[in-house]
Design a protein around this ligand. Structure first.
Ligand SMILES: [Zn+2]
Length: 607
């Protein structure tokens, strides 16, 4: 994600705009809000729902949706709901609240503005390149091979046109020369990922003799290119490297078009290849996105969740395609986005299928799609060799699936399926899973995704999250939190970062932690803050909150004591095994001095 913040000089502009704007007023223009206590409730504009899970906190000027996990401040609401950049959202709000933004003269640019300017520059460079590739495809003899390839693949002209596809000729300096003539600095070409600088300072074209697919960001601006080799050269697909504008793990091919097309049905089809996707476009089907030559990431799944309630994975029918699909499964479970897959005939890719069966055939296939988790289970168990050892092994293989599937309904469903196929009682499968978890503690915890899925259930919050939440809600506890030294016992990095920033926040007389939001630079952290603040609590009043806080703090400290006690005992045992008597003695003394003088612990370490 491009940095959402204006630093230095523009920080004033952000503060001015945020001070003037009222989130209830701004959201109210888009969402019908109902007041409940000190918050407002409405139907989420970012996902489809019938009962409101979208909430606005006027005191802290934040919003959060418990349905889809979107949250933020007034600026991020405007960027998301109107599809604007941060700068555009700032201007939009400034305009609405009659705020005069500071002039942006080139001589007095701040760091952020520089990078904005630089980004503008890169967009322009990419546009020039796109035009060049387009010209080469359509109006040069060199483009012959590429044109023939498109014809042979059966890609209709309107799709080629709409995608602004192009051709990079078989030259080391085709684009380089073109850019020179256009007055573009070669450094800009390198930064945009179009040119490559060799170690001997030679600069040359990255894409040579390749069919070019422009890749756009979520506003439809070209940020990168994919190039398919036309003579069997490896790799088959070559993509732009990561640049300030292009982050392949956070973008999806043809996202903009799919987002529009998903409005009605809120179902999106996910394919692996550019040509697969375009085969759909050629048949007027636009509810489809593709990954950009890498495995699917959690960020991409979150992106999908913003506009779809169901994902359909349509990967190649070969072994590699199936493997990639099953590997992605925990990501969907982690984001609580239902995912299914239609069964492509073995060895067929989506493009082949559409060619033989047409769109109507695909629609039929789509009707018969199955839950991906169930497909994964069925496939894994199909490999069961009938032996007893094979049973445990099969369950072990399915462990990641169960770890990620936190929704009880899914868990139960999967459990039943596995038990059924292996001829075991569900309770046996369950205890085997638990045993595996205990014997490999590292992987039992889908901690991060887990916390996300169950965010509406306060009982599933971690201790650290509970503490942080009560301080966020009652900022008068910040001092107490600071003094308690609890921070050093925070293990979860994101919560720790938030806690650190919170300790530097002055809630002021309004007891608002709105300032904290601006201090955090990461969108995920900002969303976490919005969620924690808007989560329903049962503290009642400050007094009850204080008790709750003390209680949790005590538990955190106990946890720490137990842990260091365990560590120390382990070191003693290790020293004993090593036969290091001196060390054993030393450690035992240490142990006694710490634990045998403490009144608050019984000998076995429990409180
Ligand atoms: Zn929502």
């Amino acid at each position: 994600m491009v940095s959402k913040r204006f630093s230095a000089g523009n920080a004033d502009a952000v503060t001015m705009v945020k001070d003037a704007a009222d989130i209830v007023d701004v959201v109210g223009q888009v969402v019908k809000l109902r007041r409940v206590g000190n918050r407002y409730l409405g139907l989420c504009p970012f996902h489809q729902e019938k009962t409101p899970s979208f909430q606005v906190d006027s005191q802290n000027q934040l919003f959060y949706c418990f349905g889809c996990g979107t949250g933020g401040d007034v600026l991020s609401f405007v960027t998301k709901s109107q599809n604007l950049s941060f700068g555009e959202a700032l201007e939009f709000l400034a305009d609405r609240y009659h705020i005069q933004l500071p002039d942006k003269e080139p001589g007095q640019t701040s760091g952020e503005q520089e990078s904005r300017k630089e980004a503008q520059g890169l967009y322009q460079v990419l546009e020039v390149a796109a035009d060049y590739f387009y010209q080469q495809l359509h109006h040069s003899t060199a483009g012959d091979t590429a044109r023939r390839y498109l014809e042979q693949r059966g890609l209709p002209a309107p799709v080629v046109e709409e995608q602004r596809m192009g051709y990079a000729p078989n030259q080391w300096d085709g684009l380089l020369n073109h850019m020179r003539k256009a007055g573009i600095d070669r450094r800009a070409g390198i930064e945009a990922g179009l040119l490559v600088a060799s170690s001997s300072d030679r600069v040359y074209d990255r894409f040579r003799h390749r069919l070019i697919f422009p890749i756009t960001d979520d506003r439809g601006k070209i940020v990168a290119f994919g190039g398919r080799s036309l003579d069997g050269a490896e790799p088959k697909y070559l993509n732009s490297p990561e640049t300030p504008l292009y982050h392949k793990g956070r973008m999806l091919y043809n996202l903009v078009r799919a987002r529009e097309a998903c409005r009605q049905l809120r179902q999106v089809v996910l394919v692996e290849g550019y040509m697969d996707l375009l085969a759909f476009h050629a048949r007027g089907f636009y509810r489809v996105v593709a990954t950009l030559g890498t495995a699917l990431t959690a960020q991409q799944v979150r992106l999908l969740r913003r506009f779809a309630d169901e994902a359909v994975m349509l990967y190649d029918g070969d072994e590699a395609g199936q493997k990639a699909m099953f590997k992605a499964m925990p990501l969907f479970l982690g984001e609580a986005l239902p995912v299914s897959c239609p069964r492509l005939p073995t060895g067929m890719d989506p493009d082949d299928y559409l060619k033989t069966e047409g769109l109507a055939g695909f629609e039929q296939l789509l009707e018969q799609r199955e839950d991906l988790g169930k497909v994964a289970i069925t496939r894994t168990l199909a490999g069961w060799d009938g032996t007893l050892a094979g049973k445990s092994k099969a369950i072990e293989q399915l462990q990641p699936l169960f770890d990620a599937a936190q929704q009880p309904v899914l868990q139960a469903e999967y459990l039943r399926l596995v038990a059924d196929r292996l001829g075991l009682a569900e309770s046996v499968v369950q205890s085997q899973l638990q045993r595996n978890r205990r014997s490999s503690p590292g992987r039992g915890g889908p901690a991060r995704v887990h916390a996300k899925v169950d965010f509406d259930d306060p009982h599933n919050q971690t201790l650290e999250e509970k503490i942080l939440r009560v301080v966020l809600k009652y900022p008068c506890l910040i001092q107490k939190f600071r003094d308690s030294g609890a921070l050093e016992h925070f293990h979860e990095t994101s919560l720790r970062t938030i806690a650190e920033a919170l300790m530097q926040t002055d809630p002021g007389p309004g007891q608002s932690v709105a300032g904290l939001y601006d201090r955090l630079r990461d969108a995920d952290l900002q969303e976490t803050v919005s969620r924690l603040l808007l989560q329903e609590d049962h503290y009642g009043d400050l007094e009850a909150a204080c008790l709750h806080f003390d209680d949790r703090l005590g538990a955190l400290k106990q946890r720490q004591i137990k842990k260091s006690r365990k560590d120390l005992l382990q070191s003693i045992r290790q020293a004993e095994r090593d036969g290091d008597q001196l060390k054993v003695k030393e450690l035992l003394q240490q142990f006694q001095s710490i634990y045998c003088t403490r009144q608050d612990l019984s000998p076995d370490g429990s409180p």
